[in-house]
Design a protein around this ligand. Structure first.
Ligand code: ADP
Ligand code: MG
Length: 351
């Protein structure tokens, strides 16, 4: 046994720290997709291409036309707690970006083979850096168009225990697509066709999905979920003080057991919050029996000062100030729209 007082505590190496952080941030290819899409959106991209191989396990590559990164930024991009989105503790109270922890790229680089190529808008040339399993490369110049390309290959190649939790290509691809479609729904064009983000997805070199940047929310719902649902939706639009809710609710007969089509965005960020499930339940009370979950696609704009997003690493849950007032406002806004939906049941239309 060891001598009394022999030191046993040591600070973990950066590689190990990042691998531990990766366990929280990066669970599977779809988490890579989510983080890279957030970064592209934060960079102001209006066109994003996602290339996947083997459900994203072999490759996730995201190309964007955002502001890009210069060589000094590339030098830091893979380091933990390196971010351009947060400077002071006060900034934590009014975060407008999707990311802010500076953990995603560092986590990916510790468990995959990563490469960033980037050329800032207006710069004469681009640069690239490679980091594989936490081993850093040097920044070297490269020719490329403006924007950023981030490649994540062979996820968990150096952590076989985690790789074993991944499923078949098809299952992982479906999860990636669910994330991509949600992000596409989060960034529709406005009524003038402006301000939207376009997406193209290729899997194994074949185009599997796209939405044009000028498509509005309804067009995107139609592209993703089909005409039957899209043409039966009822619009929602209500402002109260600094809060606004807009989007669509479906007639009760479209309700599903799985709740997969209750999609909420808060200030452009996908949101899973139990409160919102309850809002929908209340709004459909009386027109829908307990059980199946109503279908709705809703954007919520709230004063960022009243929202705390620093609650969960996956960032799909938030803490809302004055939740009760918000609840009432939302239930009223949705109820009006729900009552306008076509209440016919499939049986009625047979008559
Ligand atoms: P976070 O998004 O929390 O800041 P990340 O690890 O995801 O942390 O990214 C680190 C930094 O790299 C970002 O703050 C941003 O400055 C830069 N970055 C990442 N992806 C892009 C991109 N696609 N375009 C421009 N800059 C990017
Ligand atoms: Mg990020």
């Amino acid at each position: 046994s060891e001598a009394l007082g022999t030191p046993r505590i040591a600070i973990l190496s950066e590689v190990v720290r990042n691998q531990i952080a990766a366990g929280e941030v990066i669970e599977r290819p779809s988490s890579v997709v989510r983080e890279l899409l957030d970064n592209a959106i934060d960079a102001g991209a209006s066109e994003i291409t996602i290339d996947l191989e083997e459900g994203g396990m072999r490759l996730v590559r995201i190309t964007d036309n955002g502001i890009g990164m210069g060589p000094e930024d590339l030098e830091l991009a893979f380091q933990a707690h390196a971010t351009s989105k947060l400077r002071t503790p006060d900034d934590l109270d009014h975060i407008a970006s999707l990311g802010f922890r500076g953990e995603a790229l560092a986590s990916m680089a510790s468990v995959a083979r990563c490469k960033i190529r980037s050329r800032p808008r207006g710069a004469a040339t681009g640069a690239e850096i490679i980091e594989e399993g936490g081993k850093r490369g040097r920044v070297t110049p490269t020719g490329m168009p403006e924007g950023t390309v981030i490649e994540v290959r062979d996820l968990f190649f150096n952590t076989p225990a985690r790789r074993r939790f991944l499923k078949r290509d098809r299952t992982e691809l479906a999860r990636c697509m669910a994330i991509i479609q949600r992000v596409a729904l989060a960034h529709p064009a406005d009524e003038n066709g402006q301000g939207g983000v376009g997406f193209v997805v290729n899997h194994g070199g074949k185009r599997t999905f796209d939405v044009e940047s000028n498509m509005d929310l309804l067009g995107r719902i139609r592209r993703i979920f089909g005409d039957e649902l899209a043409s039966n939706l009822e619009p929602v639009e209500k402002t109260g003080g600094k809060s606004r809710v807009w989007g669509y609710v479906a007639p009760p007969r479209f309700a599903r057991r799985d709740g997969q089509r209750q999609i909420w965005f808060l200030n452009g960020r996908p949101l899973n919050d139990k409160v919102l499930t309850r809002v929908l339940k209340d709004a459909y009370r009386g027109v829908l029996v307990e059980g199946p979950k109503p279908v709705a696609f809703l954007h919520l704009s709230l004063d960022p000062e009243t929202v705390d997003v620093n609650v969960h690493p996956a960032k799909s849950e938030v803490r809302l100030r004055d939740e009760r007032a918000l609840f009432g406002f939302l239930v009223n806004a949705l109820k009006e729209a729900v009552l306008r939906t076509d209440m016919a049941t499939p049986g009625d239309t047979m008559l």
